[in-house]
Design a binder for this molecule. Structure first.
Ligand SMILES: [Zn+2]
Ligand SMILES: [Zn+2]
Length: 143
């Protein structure tokens, strides 16, 4: 299976050993454009022997290796997603999170405007470590 081979390569490039669990979780994350909760992922892997703890561990490994990231949902659950790939096939960790006001799904979207991040007006000791763009609107599924 070509896709499987691609996943093998991808995991090795990221410095990870290939395991069936990692392949399974990667496949779930690859097959959707929206960020998924822990239980969404468990649902989608029903029938496999993946358990809660192993899934948490796998997701954390993906995060520490820069494969996936966490996004807070509107009701403050953690969702997980891969970094999106833009038109030039570049992995974009500086993307925006598009929240659909209708279905509440969160999409990881590459954005075009760069270097225009809002910054604090005065220097009061606020050190920015990460930033998040959140865009609200209606997704293509809900039009
Ligand atoms: Zn929607
Ligand atoms: Zn994202």
């Amino acid at each position: 299976m070509a896709r499987n081979k691609q996943y093998h390569q991808f995991l090795r490039q990221c410095g990870l050993k290939v395991t069936s669990t990692r392949l399974l979780v990667l496949d779930v994350l690859m097959s959707t454009r929206t960020a998924l909760s822990h239980s969404d992922i468990l649902d989608k892997t029903r029938g496999s022997r993946l358990d809660k703890v192993t899934l948490y561990r796998t997701l954390n490994t993906f995060i520490t290796h820069g494969i996936a990231h966490k996004v807070a949902s509107e009701d403050r659950n953690w969702l997980y997603a891969l970094h999106p790939i833009d038109r030039n096939n570049t992995v974009r960790d500086d993307h925006a999170h598009f929240i659909c006001d209708q279905c509440e799904r969160i999409y990881c979207l590459p954005v075009q405007t760069r270097n225009s991040m809002p910054a604090p007006e005065s220097e009061e000791g606020f050190v920015i470590r990460t930033h998040e763009y959140r865009l609200h609107g209606i997704c293509p599924q809900c039009h």
